[in-house]
Design a protein around this ligand. Structure first.
Ligand code: PMP
Length: 428
């Protein structure tokens, strides 16, 4: 580590406190981004396989132009008429099934989930929420209470219940009926709430469970849960903060893998390509009680600049056919990673779809013992070799691969070669 890095780390500790964490034993000091590349202060180039926020690539010129044009003209709140919010709401709801026809905007995924939770409570009259057992949904008080990855079970309020992450690799069930069996746990969670005298308001899940280990729920799981939760008079909230906007390649939204329509869909991260834009989409009827009881105001949410960014992201996704790119190059990566698994026993599983992939490292394939310490070494080794990714899962033994959507086959070849060499260096 250079003297400059050490000095910056010390300044951070003093100025920001120790709750702020850094990646890597040798933290990176990034000063510039372009497409799939990040550049450090010494001009060294890193292939970005971690950041899903710069969805259409770091500093995409079309998004930069849209942002700068609008900020040079006007930025203000949503209590004046403005075309941008209307055009964006139209384009965004156009990406959903017809019944999801209303959009509301905010600045972060936490705010989007918080708003969805408030609306679900008002609409159903319930107060309880069911989340999966190792989930991240935000940093506000209500969303932190369903952030089951960070809040120990005995510290959760009695209006929160959990269902297991529907993990078909290491979880409770595998095989063709895994979806149904996992869904039955949501019924149990409803019963748990009811035993405590709590009426459920909603079930919430990120439709590829990211913190749970980049887990794609088994087929039939999401739609079966939707039926169970609606039978209990509650809503299904799909948290699309990570899988949304075409990332999974097959569909524009993660939930569409299971052919059903949620009641509320929340989104954020990639929506403004780095500009803080988030929101939720629902059926207009669901917001009626909420609107009758009061107003919704968010100083920055849905402002003309944010909406210009959101519109530009949709333009690029469509014009550059990036969902298709995620499908093609994502599959190429999956095939390449499985080929690496032939040489590296430590690869236990490769999963996900499009550019939302998980590479699970295990000490032995039969027992699936998580290779947690090795994963940390591999991540540091990859960083030294110019590839950025991050750990995920309850045992932090999964490499989360979520590159910008403009990642090419050539980038994939480089990534596969780097992963191959990093694994070899750490294992031998
Ligand atoms: N939901 C999911 C699935 C997330 O991954 C995150 C962020 N990691 C959030 C919600 C919260 O988003 P934000 O950090 O923008 O508040």
């Amino acid at each position: 580590m250079t003297a400059k890095q050490s000095a910056m780390i010390e300044r951070r500790r003093k100025l920001l406190g120790s709750a702020y964490k850094l990646f890597y034993d040798n933290p990176v000091h990034i000063v510039k981004g372009e497409g799939v590349w990040l550049y450090d202060a010494d001009g060294r180039k890193y292939l970005d396989m971690y950041n899903n926020v710069p969805h259409v690539g770091h500093c995409h010129p079309h998004v930069v132009e849209a942002l700068t044009k609008q900020i040079a003209t006007l930025n203000t709140h949503t209590r004046y008429l403005h075309e941008n919010i209307l055009e964006y709401a139209e384009r965004l709801t156009g990406k959903f099934e017809d019944e999801l026809d209303l959009a509301m905007f905010c600045c972060t995924g936490s705010e989007a989930n918080e708003l969805a939770m408030r609306i679900a409570r008002t609409h159903t009259g319930g107060t309880g929420f069911i989340a999966t057992s190792f989930a991240y949904h935000g940093n506000s008080r209500a969303t932190f209470e369903i952030t089951t990855s960070d809040i120990p079970e005995d510290e959760r309020p009695d209006y929160i219940a959990t269902a297991p992450v529907p993990d078909p690799y290491r979880g409770l069930y595998t095989g063709p009926d895994a979806g149904e069996k996992y869904a039955a746990h949501v019924r149990e969670a409803i019963e748990t709430l009811e035993r405590r005298g709590v009426k459920p308001a909603a079930f919430i899940i990120d439709t590829i469970a990211s913190s749970g280990g980049v887990v794609s729920p088994p087929p039939g799981y999401l739609s079966a849960v939707a039926e169970i939760i609606r039978d209990a008079g509650a809503l299904f909230i799909a948290d699309e903060v990570q899988p949304g906007f075409g990332r999974t390649g097959r569909n524009f939204w993660g939930y569409q893998a299971d052919g059903f329509v949620p009641d509320i869909v929340t989104m954020g991260k990639p929506m403004g390509n780095g500009h803080p834009l988030a929101g939720m989409v629902t059926r207009s009827g669901i917001v009626e009680e909420f609107a009758a009881k009061g107003r919704y105001f968010n100083t920055f949410g849905g402002n003309p600049v944010s909406c210009a960014a959101g519109l530009a992201v949709l333009d690029v996704l469509e014009q550059e056919e990036l969902q298709q790119n995620a499908l093609d190059v994502g599959q190429y990566l999956v095939d390449g990673l499985w080929s690496l698994a032939e040489q590296h026993e430590v690869i236990g599983d490769v999963r996900g779809s499009g550019f939302f992939l998980g590479l699970e490292l295990v000490e032995d394939r039969e027992r699936k013992t998580p290779a947690t310490a090795l994963t940390k070494r591999v991540l540091n080794e990859l960083r030294e070799r110019g590839l950025l990714t991050g750990p995920i899962g309850p045992d932090a033994n999964i490499l989360k691969l979520r590159c910008p959507m403009v990642f090419t086959r050539e980038n994939a070849d480089q990534a596969l070669d780097t992963i191959d060499r990093a694994l070899a260096a750490c294992l031998h």
